[in-house]
Design a protein around this ligand. Structure first.
Ligand code: URA
Length: 205
């Protein structure tokens, strides 16, 4: 299946896109990874979430946000009163990037070339789903979607008009919340993240 820019841009459905993405060789990440982890959710979702890339568990399961960060994300979504079926959830990069350490696979941030190579998939998901609001989870997602370097603290929690008429919101990645060492700070950051999700939900008409 060809995965050149043109073919991706003209895919007529999410199923077609997903089938093509399964054979993606647009960057070297496909080779050590188990599989492509494509976005999931309703094609009529009004709210889209973009993460960084699948993690270890997502790579094995073939579904986005099913590992520790995904479980926390689910919990906070529920607390914010956002039904999963109103959402489409995907990643800026669709293969797991890692370095092996013993029997473990340690997550590595995707680089600019990998993000660029993967961008047509996200663009096609946005074109087909046409969300009203798109939430960028963390700096990789925000950099990919906004197409410029991004400082989370500067862009966070405000409506950013995107070129397709969709409204963007930048927030932290849920895995950041898992790494905050101090419990009080973690609770506060989690609350703030929940408020960002509530804001995204309120922006839908
Ligand atoms: N982190 C992400 O950014 N995406 C996933 O799918 C899982 C963890």
């Amino acid at each position: 299946l060809p995965t050149d820019d043109e073919t991706i841009a003209h895919a007529a459905s999410l199923d077609e896109l997903r089938a093509k993405a399964a054979d993606c060789r647009r960057c070297p990440l496909w080779e050590p990874a188990t599989r492509t982890v494509f976005g999931e959710g309703s094609r009529s979702a009004r709210l889209m979430f973009v993460g960084e890339q699948p993690g270890d568990q997502e790579d094995l399961a073939g579904h986005p946000f099913v590992g520790p960060a995904g479980r926390l994300f689910d919990e906070i979504l529920a607390r914010a009163g956002i039904p999963r079926d109103a959402c489409y959830i995907t990643n800026a990069v669709k293969h797991f990037k890692f370095t092996p350490r013993g029997s473990r696979r340690i997550h590595q941030k995707p680089d600019a070339d990998e993000m660029r190579a993967c961008l047509p998939w996200l663009a096609a998901e946005r074109r087909l789903v046409k969300p009203q609001v798109l939430v960028m989870l963390g700096v990789t997602a925000a950099t990919s979607v906004l197409g410029r370097s991004v400082t989370i603290s500067r862009e966070r929690s405000r409506a950013i008009p995107l070129d397709d008429g969709c409204t963007g919101i930048v927030t932290v990645h849920p895995s950041f919340l898992l790494r905050v060492p101090d419990a009080d700070t973690r609770a506060r950051e989690t609350q703030r993240f929940e408020e960002d999700l509530r804001m995204a939900w309120r922006l839908l008409d």
